[in-house]
Ligand binder design. Structure first.
Ligand code: HEC
Ligand code: HEC
Length: 479
């Protein structure tokens, strides 16, 4: 009953492209005045809200799991030769027609030539197993983007039969072929979505959305900056999307751009824009999963007092009258790995920001990254390990005490939760990737000495006593 190819192999191919698109949307313009040198930058500090179009969360869930917002992919018949059965653990409720029998991260539709197509949807990165459940909105900390997505393309290609299937396969294969060099990460669980978006922009005319086999502007660097996929349930509090708060303006339009992998016309983008506000409304209606074990209430209450004193100014308050300050902390202060925020603000990506400026929705989304990171809401923080934007710290215990952060650590499958340190069981290692015997073992090892993967910074609780940190840890379970 299990699929003969790992879920992640498929995620690798189509899924990435989709994410790229969603992320790409982030980069809306700040202003159309291209002579303004600061138009792609934001200051650190408070992020102001921007108006959002209203939507219906229920319709948004249905659209998220049924609509073909990524319109190219594998011919269904060929996909079924590669993956004859669906593991029942991968089914989720609410899916219609063919989708009801597909894994949650794939969506089917019939294309203009009458070929049934399956494509990755947002959930390839934004859903994950937690206990017995697939939790929608939880970033997949075990998604594997370390391989070459072209392998799946070739595998599926062998089973393509009709001329119409062949045309559909080629449409998809061309895109994967062009973006593959930019979306392979070094480490399991790390997500290349941002780099994917740059790669797609390099191949599309921003005004017409027409695809070009050769890049129209310089492509991004090959090595993606590693990212831990954030949970969707934070979006109800956040005034901007993404770790650097680059995504401002109409958030639903960013999601609309999820079609960038395949949408070859402005008309297709506009069609998707019809349900984009509903998807946004659904995302913002989500709450975090509850901590699944006992909590020591007295200790948590002590932690609450410490949190108010040492943490709330940046991370907000929780409970009956929550308040979230939406603050970006400059790199100098936060001290976590600077590569991601620097790469956004050093001018090296401005050609992509300019691309978005010229795109159909350039007037309604603003791209304005800050040279720092948002202090995120901590709702459901127990479930989103590994920690920080680059997933460099395996547990909450090690977030609170920097002396406990391992230089090298690794993924273990099957995943198991560590109820003491709070995070997945990611054991520390005395060596890095050079100590691994196989490619799979190499991919499972997180090496914090590589630029972009650093574990430094956020030392705000290092000065507390061990007992105080234990109380804080207990309080974090309640969020
Ligand atoms: C290939 C993986 C991937 C896919 C597919 C993907 N995303 Fe994402 N998404 C990410 C990553 C990684 C981030 C974090 C990027 C950052 O903050 O810079 C992110 C961030 C987001 C955020 C912002 C969250 C926050 O707290 O700032 C939203 C909202 C979002 N994605 C929605 C979507 C939607 C809707 C889709 C489908 C239409 C989608 N994503 C598809 C990987 C993906
Ligand atoms: C000066 C502002 C500031 C203070 C004070 C602060 N934090 Fe943070 N915190 C941040 C920022 C910014 C990040 C994101 C860093 C990154 O992703 O690189 C963060 C990240 C975190 C994370 C990881 C979130 C994730 O996405 O994985 C946790 C957990 C956390 N903080 C807990 C605390 C606790 C507990 C305290 C109090 C002892 C505290 N913080 C104090 C700014 C702050």
């Amino acid at each position: 009953m299990t699929m003969p190819i790992p879920k992640r192999a498929i995620g690798l191919g189509v899924g990435l492209a989709l994410a790229a698109v969603a992320l790409w949307a982030v980069f809306g313009p700040i202003s159309r005045n291209s002579s303004d040198p600061d138009r792609f930058r934001s200051p650190a500090g408070e992020v102001a809200p921007s108006p959002q179009r209203p939507g219906d969360p229920e319709a948004g869930y249905a659209a998220l799991i049924n609509q073909p917002y990524v319109s190219c992919g594998m011919p269904y018949a060929a996909y079924r030769r590669v993956a004859p059965e669906t593991n029942p653990d991968l089914l989720i409720p609410g899916r219609e027609g063919r989708n009801a029998e597909l894994p949650y991260f794939l969506t089917a539709h019939v294309n203009a030539d009458g070929v049934e197509i399956v494509s990755n949807n947002c959930l390839v990165c934004h859903a994950a197993r937690l206990g017995d459940e697939i939790v929608i909105g939880l970033g997949d900390a075990f998604a594997d983007f370390t391989g070459d997505p072209r392998q799946l393309v070739t595998q599926v290609g062998r089973f393509v039969q009709t001329e119409a299937e062949s045309a559909a396969w080629t449409h998809w294969a061309d895109r994967i072929e062009r973006i593959a060099p930019y979306i392979q990460t070094r480490t399991l669980g790390m997500n290349p979505a941002t780099n994917l978006s740059w790669a797609l922009m390099a191949h599309r005319d921003p005004r017409t959305m027409a695809w070009s086999q050769t890049p129209l502007i310089d492509p991004p660097p090959h090595d993606p900056v590693p990212l831990r996929t954030p949970p969707w349930w934070w979006m109800g509090k956040k005034n901007a999307m993404f770790y650097t708060t680059i995504g401002r303006g109409d958030h639903s339009r960013y999601m609309l751009f999820a079609s960038l992998l395949c949408a070859d016309s402005v008309a297709e983008l506009e069609e998707i824009d019809q349900f984009a506000p509903d998807i946004r409304a659904y995302l913002e209606s989500l709450g975090p999963p509850a901590f699944p074990a006992e909590i020591d209430d007295a200790l948590a209450a002590e932690g609450n007092r410490l949190f108010a004193r040492h943490c709330a100014a940046c991370h907000g308050t929780y409970g009956d009258e929550p308040r979230f300050p939406n603050r970006v902390i400059a790199l100098d202060d936060i001290g976590t790995d600077p590569l991601y925020a620097r790469s956004m603000t050093d001018g090296s990506l401005d050609r992509f920001f300019a691309w978005v400026d010229r795109s159909p929705h350039g007037g309604t989304v603003r791209a304005a990254p800050a040279e720092g990171y948002i202090a995120p809401p901590l709702d459901g923080i127990w479930a989103v390990a590994p920690y920080f934007h680059n997933g460099s710290v395996p547990s909450l215990e090690a977030v609170l005490d920097s002396s406990l952060r391992p230089e090298f650590w690794r993924h273990v499958t099957p995943r198991a939760y560590d109820f003491t340190a709070l995070g997945w069981q990611f054991p520390a290692l005395p060596f890095g990737k050079e100590g691994a015997a196989t490619a799979a073992e190499r991919a499972a090892i997180y090496d914090t000495t590589v630029p972009g993967y650093g574990k430094a910074g956020h030392l705000y609780s290092d000065g507390l006593t061990e007992a105080e940190r234990a109380a804080l840890l207990e309080y974090l379970k309640t969020l």
